[in-house]
Design a binder for this molecule. Structure first.
Ligand SMILES: [Zn+2]
Length: 313
């Protein structure tokens, strides 16, 4: 059986064709375009899927299954996208529209859920029945796998760790609430904390690294400066790890999965992230004298979106 996996993102849409063993045979991408009508957006995605199939000598008739990961939520039964802010989609009939071009079952789910599924079947958490996947980038995405299946919540709105309230009167969030976990644990949060710190500690190495232009501070800048033992960066990073540790402890206190998998840009820090995080998070776990979940880095990288989408059933 040949499957199409589609990873819808705010800047680009990646499309891959996979075989039964979930091997990507070919892939391509198109830039995201939200200024054209929804029906045309879907037509472009379907056309990309057909051209990817043709690139390996297949036709649209060979496509037997289509999976889609979106940065939003979908109605799994109807195949409608309920909300996908980046794409400007609000209650749109994705499956119905897509099937006008390719006659195959179309399954849709949240992109972090899809990446969680991919890692739990073919990635670092393969062989486990329960895992939580967290992507730490501009925001915080999360996916929960229970008994080998995505746990979306009863109403399909769960698994949003990024918007668990962390600080009642905290920083305003893009979602409209205040103090969401995402505002303290994302790459964006690390950058904000660094900007605040260097504003009063202008002699920090961070400032040299960005030629005194704080708008150029990236998560990597802070991590590299902390690695080089710059005191300001080390301080910011330690506080960031503490916040992340509390977030991880919340996951354990609530779900206690076998493994917690970290993906996204910040995960590129590798052991410099894992080592202090492992030490820090257990402090906040209630039953921390018991065996605790392993924390591991995602291994499928940017292909997790395509692979996990193709696995949706
Ligand atoms: Zn929020």
């Amino acid at each position: 059986m040949y499957r199409i996996g589609i990873d819808v993102g705010g800047t680009g849409i990646k499309v891959g064709i996979l075989d039964d063993s979930m091997k990507i045979l070919a892939e391509d991408s198109i830039p995201t375009c939200i200024t054209i009508p929804f029906s045309e957006q879907i037509e472009r995605i379907a056309a990309c899927a057909v051209s990817v199939a043709e690139s390996v000598g297949l036709t649209r008739e060979h496509i037997e299954h289509v999976g889609v990961g979106i940065p939003g939520i979908a109605n799994l039964a109807s195949g409608d996208v309920i909300k996908c802010t980046n794409m400007g989609w609000n209650h749109v009939p994705f499956r119905t529209e897509f099937q006008k071009h390719i006659h195959a079952p179309v399954m849709i789910d949240n992109d972090a859920n899809v990446a969680a599924l991919a890692e739990s079947v073919a990635g670092v958490s393969a062989g486990t029945a329960s895992s939580v996947f967290i992507t730490i980038g501009t925001g915080i995405g999360s996916g929960i796998i229970v008994n080998g299946k995505i746990w979306n919540g009863f109403h399909g709105i769960g698994g949003e760790l990024g918007h668990v309230i962390f600080d009642l009167d905290g920083i305003p969030c893009t979602c409209g609430n205040h103090g969401c976990l995402e505002r303290y644990c994302s790459a964006t949060a690390l950058i904000r904390m660094a900007r605040e710190a260097v504003a009063v500690n202008t002699d920090s190495m961070i400032m040299q690294m960005v030629s005194n232009d704080i708008t150029k501070i990236e998560a990597r800048t802070v991590i590299d400066a902390a690695r080089a033992e710059d005191p300001v960066a080390s301080d910011v990073y330690a506080r960031y790890i503490r916040q992340l540790g509390q977030a991880f402890a919340n996951i354990v206190n609530l779900i206690d999965p076998e493994v917690i998998v970290i993906g996204g840009g910040v995960s590129k820090a590798g052991d410099f992230l894992l080592d202090p995080l492992r030490r820090e998070y257990s402090k906040y776990v209630l039953y921390n004298d018991q065996p605790l979940p392993e924390i591991k880095l995602a291994v499928l990288g940017s292909e997790a979106g395509i692979i996990g989408a193709a696995m949706l059933s």
